[in-house]
Design a protein around this ligand. Structure first.
Ligand code: NAD
Length: 331
């Protein structure tokens, strides 16, 4: 029976992974802290580690894992920017992930954020609970006829684009590897990145974080967005230069910003900091002061269907012994 150290455990993780563990069993060691170079020693005696988006498997951490006898890092997420793959290969640690679990979960959440922000549902909800039934300040806009820009038309970007088509939006998209058949079938136009920026009333990011896409939205590219546009990011926080975003918001150049991810979310998102009554991150604090900014704590994946599929694929990856010993990323 394999022994697996499971990091950044939340109650729902434990429930779903235990339900997915087959009859042959896995001996789980659940830790509520994240895996980093500082905590890697806790994996001693484990065959594998199971990690999520904010664990940090850099060279130092991976070297310690290898010394501790760990041969497999099973990511229970799609993105793998938190792992130094070159170092993993060097130290003989295989890396697996869950490439697709429910693109619908993330697409639904992206659209939910936009609808909430545009139609001010969060503000209306707070008002009526205090018996304030005034509509002042709650004016939104129709989605029908608006232009949506989708950056990255992979699994999630395609779902999101199709939902917006259902609302009667025009959809422009940018992806270095476009899918012309899908675009034609859904009346979606692939065009240059700059043109999407300039024409989109709503811009939604659905691409991975890599060295090339880090700060894709920065002072220069934010300035190219259509004045008054809405920006949605459910992909990775570091796609956006937060300092530049704050300056753009201060200048009143964006209609709204909805974020499910934040550049420095590690150690903040997924945790309850309310008892402390303060937030040490100045940029996040500043973002929270804008009435046209809506933030959720990296919850776009959090549906029953997605959690079930993440658990099923993670257990399958962990049980696929023998095929993961060459240190490659299995997809
Ligand atoms: P995917 O691999 O199916 O699609 C990504 C697409 O981005 C691909 O078509 C690729 O060609 C494109 N791309 C790459 N570089 C690009 C660039 N510079 N400009 C435009 N497009 C580019 O991935 P997916 O399943 O659709 O997931 C997208 C992202 O969503 C993931 O990388 C992950 O970071 C994020 N995600 C977030 C959550 C959440 O809970 N918030 C959950 C799952 C995934």
């Amino acid at each position: 029976m394999k022994t697996v150290s499971f990091y950044d455990t939340k109650p729902y993780d434990r429930d779903y992974i235990l339900a997915a563990t087959g009859a042959e069993g896995i001996r789980w060691h659940f830790h509520d802290f994240r895996l980093t170079a500082e905590t890697a020693a806790t994996a001693a005696g484990s065959d594998a580690v199971c990690v999520f988006v904010n664990d940090k498997l850099d060279r130092d951490c991976l070297q310690q894992l290898a010394k501790a006898g760990v041969r497999h890092a099973a990511l229970r997420c799609a993105g793998f920017n938190q792992v130094d793959l070159t170092a993993a290969k060097e130290f003989g640690i295989a890396v697996t992930r869950v490439p697709a679990y429910s693109p619908h979960a993330v697409a639904d959440h992206s659209v939910a954020l936009l609808l909430t922000l545009n139609r001010k549902i969060h503000r209306a909800h707070n008002r009526v609970r205090e018996f304030n039934f005034s509509l002042a300040g709650l004016v939104g806009f129709d989605l029908h006829g608006k232009t949506v820009g989708i950056i990255g038309t992979g699994k999630i970007g395609r779902c999101t684009a199709q939902i917006f088509r259902g609302f009667g939006c025009h959809v422009l998209a940018y992806d270095p590897f476009p899918n012309p058949e899908w675009a034609a079938a859904n009346q979606i136009t692939h065009t240059a990145f700059d043109e999407v920026l300039a024409r989109a009333d709503i811009l939604s990011l659905h691409l991975p974080l890599t060295k090339d896409t880090h700060h894709l939205l920065n002072e220069r590219t934010l300035a190219r967005m259509k004045p008054g546009a809405y920006l949605l990011n459910t992909s990775r926080g570091k796609l956006i230069d937060t300092a530049a975003l704050i300056e753009t918001l201060k200048a009143g150049r964006l209609g709204g910003v909805a974020l499910d991810v934040y550049e420095e979310e590690e150690g903040i998102f997924f945790e309850d900091h309310s008892h402390r009554g303060l937030l040490e991150d100045d940029e996040l604090s500043r973002l929270l002061t804008f009435p046209n900014v809506l933030i959720t704590s990296h919850q776009a994946f959090l549906t029953h269907e997605a959690l079930s599929e993440i658990a099923r694929v993670t257990v399958t990856n962990l049980n696929a012994s023998g095929s993961w010993l060459d240190g490659t990323l299995l997809t």
